[in-house]
Design a protein around this ligand. Structure first.
Ligand code: GUN
Length: 301
């Protein structure tokens, strides 16, 4: 029975690294064209507060990605003891910097600084993270907006793999402002047409809810939370989890774990994203796409 199942089921790996490389190539070509036509080099800035290991890594990747596609990038650093006032003054300065197409303030921020206040101080026209309530609101009602990088990247993956979404049952596991919530809205929009359930830690009968999903998008932040009994045969599974766990098998001493118990779940899926190499590279690429959209004035004309 098991071997019959395995041969019946053709699981396809969704290769985020490959798609991200293709998109970066496309962006690089567009940047070259813009510059060849006498336009301005797109410019992204990042503000990094403190020395959190994860934030350092993410911001370093963002700067490296800018170089790879021909964007100008700027890194503005503060120590942990920067005041909220100083940070807000820098945000205001960047809002008014005409050379800058977009900027991000890397989160989390130290506890004495209100993240929400900082996010709301960013000019929505430069909010390439898509975190400002104006961008979130515009996205919800289907207006052009900067969309948060991870959901944007997942939509792009589904499109580029020609995965059928119309009329499908989509379960989004997690309701964060950055991933679960915007993901659920995008999946219900007319271009995608899925029927969406947002499940979370208080959802009753979670296993049954997940097992009913044609498309299961997992963004809980709990390593290996989704097991085979929670997944329907032939489902599309998108794993957003990237928890760092200690490992004696890697040089760095840690490895990334997804929210899906991959080895057990993958054989049941029609498509699945691995961790690493699935959603992560697409999240990075989406920030570049948003910056390019901003440089081309395609969101706010
Ligand atoms: N921290 C974790 N993810 C993100 C992100 O996408 N943007 C910012 N600004 N901070 C983050």
């Amino acid at each position: 029975m098991a071997s019959w199942r395995l041969s019946e089921n053709s699981m396809n790996l969704i290769d985020g690294n490959k798609v991200a490389a293709e998109i970066k190539q496309e962006i690089a070509e567009e940047v070259k064209q813009i510059i060849d036509n006498g336009g301005k080099q797109p410019h992204l800035a990042a503000i990094l507060v403190g020395h959190d290991g994860g934030s350092e890594t993410y911001v370093a990747y963002k700067i490296k990605d800018c170089e790879a596609v021909g964007f100008k990038s700027s890194l503005i650093r503060y120590e942990d003891d920067v005041t909220e006032e100083e940070l807000l003054a820098k945000v205001e300065e960047l809002n008014n910097d005409d050379d800058l197409d977009g900027f991000i303030v890397q989160l989390p921020l130290p506890k004495h600084i209100s993240e929400q206040k900082v996010i709301e101080a960013i000019d929505p026209k430069k909010d390439v993270d898509g975190f400002h309530p104006i961008n979130v609101g515009r996205m919800v009602i289907g207006l052009p907006s900067f969309v948060s990088a991870t959901p944007y990247g997942i939509v792009e993956l589904l499109k580029r793999y020609n995965i059928e979404t119309s009329g499908k049952n989509c379960v989004v596991l997690g309701r964060s402002n950055i991933v679960g919530r915007p993901m659920s809205v995008l999946m219900s929009q007319k271009a995608i047409n899925a029927t969406v359930t947002v499940a979370h830690s208080r959802t009753a009968n979670l296993k049954e809810v997940c097992a009913n999903a044609d498309i299961l998008i997992v963004a809980m932040g709990v390593p290996e939370f989704v097991t085979a009994d929670m997944v329907k045969e032939g489902a599309v599974v998108i794993d957003v989890g990237t928890t760092r766990v200690k490992s004696d098998k890697t040089k760095s001493g840690w490895k990334l774990k997804g929210d899906v118990l991959y080895d057990e779940v993958a054989p049941k899926c029609s498509y699945i994203t691995p961790v690493p190499g699935g959603v992560g590279p697409m999240t990075r690429t989406s920030l570049l796409l948003n910056t390019l959209l901003s440089a081309k004035k395609e969101i706010y004309k």
